[in-house]
Design a protein around this ligand. Structure first.
Ligand code: GLN
Length: 533
């Protein structure tokens, strides 16, 4: 029988529900259980693909090409499982399905309502994931009390009647604010949010309290008493300097054991978290510091490049360095010049992006890295920027542009993909998800991966124009990774440069703390070498 753990949030958003879900998933997986995690977002967008990074942070892409909430990235990195469209559910997706069924006459003339039709659809989505797993964790986005969240809370209330209350745990993540004038931690907002949950019929089993300071036992007892939760079921989540310490802290407090006991799960294995301890240990003993420029358009938004930041961190820890990321607004480069803005960095990374704004700054960054032998890593749009710089300044191609920058350019070096020419420009029309790629023997990428055939995740509409392949090749920028079936350039390198690699895909999505992505790993290794010269 599959067990279900539902994670809700109270008081305010951004409490780290996603990290709590991912941490609990990690601990259960390390206990030998098969674990999956679902994110349920109450917003009406069908998926995260059409959302601006300013509002919603990064769009995380899975193998099957689903464009999802960035929490799925945390889940994949923590539990080290590949997720898919079933792990990402939004109210928009649910309503779309309900309306589709209504149009198809599937409700037999009944009045279609939030309860039971929408709530049933939500439950079906949860149960669909359950069949292959011992434990399914479902995180409900937003905060208890949000209007949009109600059908989701009602659905997770009802599900315990379907699968048995003993197979379900409700975990509420809440805030215990510190009021400095009183010098006290306050439990009242938590009491209110638990009351709100109870009003809808959900009695939490576990409360995870986010706070700035440790919670004394008295305070935990008070929360337990007012919220009708057992004394051993109140956990603290103190602000941590890295998200990767959260599983260890929750484990130390006994969260995994409590969950296992409450759900009646059987386990024999002792938990092995040695590699996590080592990872965190290495993090605090770097050999040196490096500065890596991250040239983008959303650098003011912490979450916009979440997976890129995480992948850089994994690679840095592996290389025993502290990689300080210097966020650079690409328009700064356009105003002040690349040499003024990028001076002193040990590596330059240009991540993915959309639209023509700021493109010249990215092209100039690639050029600066190329001319000064600074390690360069271009991801998707970052590859396009590198191709344009190289075409203009080395291969001497007069019309080196991207049709994304200037749709009128005749024969641009980066052009819209054939399949994309006919589709509507807005929403869900890109080349998405995992595609195979063959690596060129002897290339930097081939050495990094240690194998010839790889698979990486995509999210783009434009690509390298193959009619320029010869010209660039002769000038010294070569295609080293190919999607054979369609002869598409997936990786390009400048072999005469110490480390210059651009990729059409998004390697950042596959990096794991214990297994840094090979290209990120080697990029940081090259930056370390550059810095020590
Ligand atoms: N905007 C570019 C394209 O659509 C790059 C996309 C990206 O960087 N993910 O091809």
């Amino acid at each position: 029988m599959t067990k279900f753990i539902f994670i809700t949030g109270g008081v305010v958003s951004s409490l780290g529900k996603g990290i709590t879900a991912a941490s609990l998933g990690t601990l259960l997986k390390r206990r030998g259980f098969r674990v999956s995690i679902i994110k349920m977002d109450p917003y009406l967008n069908v998926d995260a693909g059409t959302m601006n990074p300013f509002q919603h942070g990064e769009v995380f892409v899975t193998d099957d090409g689903s464009e999802t909430d960035l929490d799925l990235g945390h889940y994949e990195r923590f539990i080290d499982e590949r997720l898919n469209c079933d792990n990402s559910v939004t109210a928009g997706k649910i309503y779309q399905e309900v309306v589709r069924k209504e149009r198809a006459g599937r409700y037999n003339g009944g009045t279609v309502q939030v309860i039971p039709h929408v709530t049933n659809e939500i439950q079906e989505n949860i149960l669909r994931v359950a069949k292959d797993y011992d434990v399914v964790i479902a995180e409900i986005g937003g905060t208890v009390g949000d209007i949009e969240g109600l059908p989701f809370l009602e659905a997770i209330r009802q599900i315990s009647g379907r699968v048995g209350r003993g197979n379900v745990l409700y975990c509420h993540v809440t805030l215990i604010p510190y009021i400095s004038a009183a010098g006290e931690l306050k439990t009242k907002p938590t009491q209110h949010s638990v009351n709100e949950l109870r009003r809808i019929g959900i009695q939490p089993d576990i409360i995870v309290c986010r706070s700035q300071l440790p919670l004394l036992q008295e305070l935990k007892d008070k929360i337990a008493l007012f919220c009708s939760v057992a004394n051993d079921s109140i956990f603290e989540a103190i602000d941590a300097d890295t998200i990767y310490s959260v599983p260890l802290s929750l484990q130390k407090q006994g969260l995994d054991k409590l969950v296992i006991a409450r759900l009646g799960l059987q386990y024999s294995e002792e938990i092995d978290l040695e590699d996590w301890f080592e990872f965190l240990e290495k993090r605090v003993h770097p050999e040196r510091e490096l500065e890596i420029a991250l040239v983008g358009k959303y650098t003011g938004i912490k979450d916009a490049y979440m997976s890129v930041n995480e992948a850089l961190l994994h690679a840095a820890i592996h290389n025993q360095v502290n990689a300080v990321i210097r966020p650079i607004e690409t328009e700064e480069i356009e105003k002040l010049g690349a040499d003024n803005v990028l001076k002193g960095v040990h590596g330059i990374l240009v991540p993915g992006g959309f639209g023509s704004r700021g493109m010249e700054g990215k092209i100039a960054s690639a050029g600066y890295a190329r001319e000064n032998n600074i390690p360069y890593f271009g991801l998707c749009l970052g590859l396009h920027a590198a191709i344009i710089d190289f075409s203009r300044n080395v291969a001497q191609l007069a019309l080196a542009n991207s049709s994304e920058m200037d749709p009128g350019t005749p024969n641009p070096v980066v052009h819209i993909m054939e399949e994309q020419k006919t589709v509507d420009k807005l929403g869900g029309t890109m080349r998405l998800g995992a595609y195979p790629c063959r690596l060129e023997d002897g290339s930097r990428s081939r050495r990094a991966y240690g194998q010839s055939d790889i698979s990486e995740r995509h999210r783009h509409r434009y690509e390298f124009n193959n009619s320029y392949r010869e010209r660039l090749d002769v000038a010294g920028m070569v295609v080293t990774g190919l999607y054979l079936e369609k002869n598409l350039a997936e990786i390009m390198e400048i072999p005469s440069h110490p480390w210059f690699v651009g990729v059409q895909f998004h390697p950042e999505f596959l990096s794991r703390p214990m297994r840094p992505h090979p290209l990120f790993r080697d990029f940081i290794a090259a930056a370390k070498e550059y810095a020590s010269r």
